[in-house]
Design a protein around this ligand. Structure first.
Ligand code: PLP
Length: 231
């Protein structure tokens, strides 16, 4: 048997095989350390985006490598058919460090937000058959699932998939008067990003966590993760 054919690893080959949903830089990263990334030709880059601000932990930190290696040797991925001790430890740590009483783990921001919107609707519908409206800001971003792009209010992400999800109202970001006007007895949730990351980083004028939610009874206030692309 001859040597197996290994197709060249290039940025162009990447573009050929990937569905063109994103438009990444024309750099094929092969190695990284700290904030530095290298391509196959050894050219050096500074990574200012991390995991789009989520896991901004740098690359290959020895403590992370040690923790991941130890876990890989102990217990690999296990389905949610089981209760796992590592999941329990992480859940307890999150509860200790935040306001939460319970934890829901998801694989992405989209799933986390989708779950929050579903929870808000389920809770609202327990109170009234019309209490399912979600109020969000134009130009926001809450993920790429159909529900989250509908809440996001950016036509470039939500158009072209047939009927949108109903019961979502959008107001201009930073317009507290419009927000107040949009919220009614039928609102089950208000969702705002602390900073609009995918609308070229709009900062709020005030404190969004203090945005008025006037419809008194049980409207959830959801805050989507703050992710500002590119440093
Ligand atoms: C504010 C905000 N919410 C949610 C998401 C979706 O997260 P994910 O890409 O992990 O689904 C993003 C992604 O960029 C985001 O910026």
């Amino acid at each position: 048997m001859g040597t197996p054919f290994r197709a060249p690893q290039t940025a162009d080959a990447y573009t050929e095989v990937m569905v063109p949903v994103y438009s990444p830089l024309d750099v094929l990263a092969v190695r990284a350390q700290g904030a530095t990334v290298w391509d196959a030709a050894g050219k050096e880059y500074i990574d200012l985006s991390g995991g789009i601000a989520v896991n901004a932990l740098g690359h290959c930190h020895p403590a992370l490598i040690e923790a991941l290696t130890a876990q890989a040797h102990r217990l690999w991925h296990i389905s949610n058919t089981y209760k796992s001790d590592s999941t329990l430890r992480l859940a307890r740590a999150l509860i200790r460090l935040t306001f939460a009483e319970r934890v829901f783990f998801a694989n992405s921001g989209a799933e986390a937000n989708e779950a929050a919107f579903k929870l808000a609707r389920r809770y609202g519908l327990h109170q009234s058959p019309r209490k399912y409206e979600i109020v969000a800001a134009h130009n926001s971003f809450h993920g790429r699932s159909l529900f989250t792009v509908s809440v996001g209010g950016q036509p470039k992400y939500s158009n072209g998939f047939g009927p949108a999800i109903e019961g979502i109202r959008h107001v201009p970001f930073n317009d507290l008067g419009a927000l107040e006007h949009a919220v009614s007895q039928n609102t089950c949730a208000v969702v705002l990003e602390p900073v609009q990351g995918k609308a070229v980083c709009f900062r709020p004028r005030g404190n969004t966590s203090r945005a008025p939610v006037p419809c008194a009874t049980a409207t959830m206030r959801c805050s989507s993760s703050m992710k500002c692309r590119r440093g």
